[in-house]
Design a protein around this ligand. Structure first.
Ligand SMILES: Cc1ncc(COP(=O)(O)O)c(C=O)c1O
Length: 427
């Protein structure tokens, strides 16, 4: 017999539920609730698929699927084929029931793509960040030979998964430092002032910052890290989460590393954005990957991605170096430039001069920004508004994300919609 929870008004846990309800009310009143999501029931079959919401079709300008690969027939075929061979789910974690060949093929292909010794696949790049940071900052149990005699230095605008990875490692406050956003000289000052205190340092940053489409100054950071490596007994490691860069940034889609001409020691990526699939990965030298396979809890005790998804991701990597991928990368760059030029002609400004598909249209006021997003939605266009505290006050923006499969006509329609709503500035 299954025992149901007793639901009576006098149960003490109702007090806790009441606290939770008040917390939800507080979030709703602050207008920061995220749970009222749009429900997409399907996509149209066009070259640049529109999202179907209710009875309407919407042009999607807020997706990380920068190359349009999630709707690509070759990825769908690869997904189906892998599911036919391996089933729809992994069955168990890898150390229990074995690795599926498609996961190993994907890891080999990633290592080759990023020119690293090896790579490993995680259920998400959030899970990869948690593991990489926890495992490289601290030993995983009392027998571990890895100590936490380390200073961790993180860019001020790093992604939540990096922040949480550092939190999980539970270092004392003085061993966690933040360098000013995109300010390598501040990073340098922090490395300098800690060099006699800690045995090693770990520098961690996003490759692309997703609110403005900015690239981290990886080349400068790489040089600083290498210079300070000799000044710390156990060196300095550079960890880069390039979730928005891999697959799309650079001439061949190798990411921020290609844009900047500098490499990370540990590279984290996601399949859930430009590759059009899902899941995360880490690429690095053999020692780091072997150590992570022995210590990363989100890899050892959590399932890998479904085989179909791995098959789709593998196909995406393969396509990037083929004419079809090269054409998509070229289209992406042309579309971005076309959009920027047209918006500037329409009198709009950008919050940053980004060459990434993330294009931050500066509005500068939270009410006007959300009103404009609402108006564009009425014109069947989906974009995202970003306001304080995610960006500074007065830098409210509409984040437009341009895809390689958007047609010039789609972009024209978007710009026309912005032009028609120009009066928003006089609200
Ligand atoms: C920089 C960065 N890291 C990690 C993630 C998480 O990616 P995933 O969906 O693979 O967990 C994101 C997604 O927004 C991101 O922007």
């Amino acid at each position: 017999m299954i025992h149901q929870p007793v639901e009576k008004n006098n149960m003490s846990r109702n007090n806790f539920f009441s606290v939770l309800k008040h917390e939800i009310d507080r979030i709703d009143k602050a207008k920061t609730s995220k749970r009222f999501e749009k429900i997409i029931t399907g996509f149209t079959k066009e070259k640049s698929p529109k999202a179907i919401i209710g009875k309407e079709k919407y042009q999607v300008f807020n997706s990380n699927d920068y190359l349009g690969l999630r709707h690509h027939p070759l990825l769908k075929k690869a997904e189906r084929e892998a599911s036919e061979i391996f089933g729809t789910g992994p069955g168990a974690v890898r150390f229990i029931s074995g690795s599926l060949k498609v996961h190993l093929d994907l890891e080999k292909s990633l290592a080759k793509f990023h020119k690293r010794d090896d790579a490993m696949v995680f259920s998400s790049s959030f899970a990869a960040n948690l593991a990489v940071l926890y495992c490289l900052i601290a030993g995983q149990n009392k027998d571990s030979l890895v100590d936490n005699n380390v200073i961790v230095i993180s860019d001020a605008l790093n992604h939540r998964s990096i922040i949480d990875g550092i939190r999980v490692a539970n270092l004392p406050k003085e061993q966690r430092a933040i360098f000013k956003h995109l300010d390598p000289s501040h990073l340098e000052a922090i490395l300098e002032s800690n060099k006699k205190i800690y045995k090693r340092a770990l520098v961690v940053t996003d490759g692309v910052f997703s609110m403005l489409g900015e690239y981290q100054k990886l080349k400068e950071i790489r040089k600083i890290v290498d210079r300070f490596d000799k000044k710390y007994e156990n060196g300095v490691l550079l960890v880069v989460d390039d979730a928005h860069g891999v697959g799309i940034a650079g001439k061949s889609g190798r990411g921020t590393e290609e844009i900047e001409g500098a490499k990370a020691d540990v590279l984290i990526g996601t399949f859930g954005k430009a590759y059009g699939a899902d899941g995360g990965y880490v690429a690095s030298n053999q020692t780091i990957i072997d150590y992570l396979r022995e210590s990363a809890a989100t890899y050892i005790y959590s399932n890998s991605i479904p085989p179909g998804t791995a098959g789709a991701a593998l196909k995406a990597i393969e396509l990037l170096d083929k004419p079809v991928g090269k054409k998509l990368l070229k289209n992406s760059k042309e579309n971005v430039e076309y959009f920027k030029k047209r918006m500037k002609n329409a009198g709009y400004q950008f919050a940053a001069d980004s060459s990434h598909p993330i294009q931050p249209v500066l509005i500068g006021d939270p009410v006007k920004t959300s009103e404009l997003v609402r108006k564009l939605f009425k014109k069947n266009i989906i974009v995202t508004n970003i306001s304080f505290p995610v960006v500074p006050k007065g830098r409210d923006e509409i984040r437009v994300q341009i895809s390689a499969v958007h047609t010039k006509g789609d972009i024209d329609e978007l710009v026309k919609a912005f032009e028609e709503e120009k009066g928003i500035n006089s609200l």
